[in-house]
Design a protein. Structure first.
Length: 268
């Protein structure tokens, strides 16, 4: 027999857990997601219910398990060149502003398993050539950062990569690796992945010409959004671009950046 179904009371405990850990607000509609993603962890520890698993996390006796639970509850599906107009904007921004003696730096601030960071890297490699550039990807989940560093993906995640970029920057798997794609090592070496919790003090990352903070604020309440944006924007250079998801808005969140187009902002 498997564990008992998650109760409303237990779900509320995990709502508080992930809000405290990552600032994410889980709606009641996410109850099945929480139950499904954590079920195997209960089986791993031979626990009868979700309350027992929550008590294990709350005890502080299993910090690695706490990180595993955070990983499971914060991981979101993504794919290459999602919201493609942003990469067109990035290309125009580079062409208009980049001094080729300076390193053009972009931060993918909620990089998940790396598809966004590598999409940025392909764009920069294409339009900057041998000029210096760097991409930094960060996420709260150590598990997805490991996957991002490997740069190894199922082919179905890659259908939006432009054909010229596929030929130039990607290696198609053969034999046992059939159905997968590997980002070429020369590109992977230009992308650095590091852990960062947007709801806590940020690590020393330097300053950036562009910051992508896309499709993560939809999980935050307005107070958390304001705090996250207040932490992130000081790292954006004057004249730099700030990208958010098309379903997101900075209305009532900040006046520190001005909208250039829906979901694209500039720091004056």
């Amino acid at each position: 027999m498997g564990p008992a179904p998650i109760s409303d009371r237990e779900f509320v405990q995990f709502q508080r857990f992930i809000f405290d850990a990552a600032g994410i607000t889980l709606s009641p509609a996410k109850k099945a997601l929480v139950s499904g993603r954590l079920a195997k962890r209960l089986q791993q520890y031979r626990l009868d219910n979700y309350g027992e698993y929550f008590r294990l996390l709350a005890s502080g006796e299993a910090p690695e398990e706490t990180q595993t639970a955070i990983d499971l509850l914060t991981t979101n599906e993504t794919y290459f060149f999602r919201e493609p107009k942003h990469f067109d904007f990035l290309r125009q921004h580079v062409a208009a502003t980049h001094r080729r003696t300076e390193t053009f730096r972009v931060w993918s601030a909620a990089s998940s398993s790396g598809e966004e960071a590598y999409s940025i890297a392909m764009t920069l490699a294409d339009c900057l050539g041998d000029a210096p550039w760097e991409v930094v990807g960060s996420d709260i989940s150590m598990r997805v950062l490991q996957r991002a560093r490997a740069g190894h993906y199922p082919l179905e995640r890659c259908k939006h990569i432009p054909p010229a970029y596929l030929r130039r920057f990607c290696l198609r798997g053969i034999g046992a690796q059939q159905g997968t794609l590997l980002i070429d090592g020369s590109l992977r070496n230009r992308v650095r992945f590091t852990p960062a919790n947007l709801n806590a003090a940020l690590p020393q990352l330097g300053s950036f010409d562009a910051i992508f903070l896309r499709n993560v604020m939809i999980y935050f309440n307005n107070d958390t959004k304001r705090k996250v944006v207040e932490r992130v924007l000081p790292l954006l250079k004057r004249g730099g671009h700030f990208y958010i998801g098309h379903a997101e808005s900075l209305n009532d969140i900040t006046k520190a950046v001005h909208m250039l187009a829906p979901s694209v902002y500039r720091k004056p």
